[in-house]
Design a protein around this ligand. Sequence first.
Ligand code: NHR
Ligand code: GAR
Length: 219
Amino acid sequence: MADSPIRVAVLISGSGTNLQALIDAQQRGELPVTIAVVVSNRPGVLGLNRAQNAGIPTQVIDHREFNSRTAFDKAMMIAIDQYQPDLLVLAGFMRILTPEFVGHYTGRMMNIHPSLLPNYPGLHTHRRALEAGDAYHGVTVHFVTEQLDGGPPIVQARVPVLPDDTEEALAERVLEQEHVIYPLAVRWFAEGRLHLEGDRSKLDGELLPPQGHLIDATG
Ligand code: NHR
Ligand code: GAR
């Protein structure tokens, strides 16, 4: 008998292709989790349809209905905790979270950020990599801490920047790798192999390198 699968809450703001990658991996039997709820801060987004099509409960907590980040985060915590998640997965979630929220889920919340952290925390990462003339770009899964996009990396995938790249083409090349590394990181956590220890990530009892486990997709 396998252990009972861990319960995951996925937070989204938009199209939810990373959510779909997790749903697909779960349905293929490659991800021992129950996706207990999908929470969106934006009503009407495609990610909510993806959840509904997979029979996953959804909650919309519209940040525009709250007077402060603290009030919004409090409402999210109340909604999320009804589902008793073991892990929170930020998948294209676009609201900065308060220290109170982060503290409540320390060591059990991860994010996927479309850059090779510590490069380009924050927004518009593909544009910034192109403008800098970088040869490589990529994506990082990391544990969430109070420091925006500054928590310990878990896994990073590197992709080439091509000569005539546009922001859209580069984003698409990165997104393809996102759909590989996010299910992998969630799987490690679900298998009890991945932990946050202080300010580092540990896999199978070993500290991971500062940039996490590296996957090279540069050919
Ligand atoms: N919260 C904390 N405390 N720490 C992190 O590491 C977080 C976080 C919340 C979200 C995702 C992050 C990303 O991967 C994330 C990591 C939103 C913004 C932002 O500026 C920046 C980084 C990330 C997500 N959001 C604007 C805000 O005022 C709103 C932008 C919008 O709605 O389009 O919150 O990139
Ligand atoms: C992904 O590229 C993700 O890394 C990025 O938004 C996209 C969401 O796609 N996340 C952020 O920029 C967080 N600020 P998805 O909704 O299709 O998964």
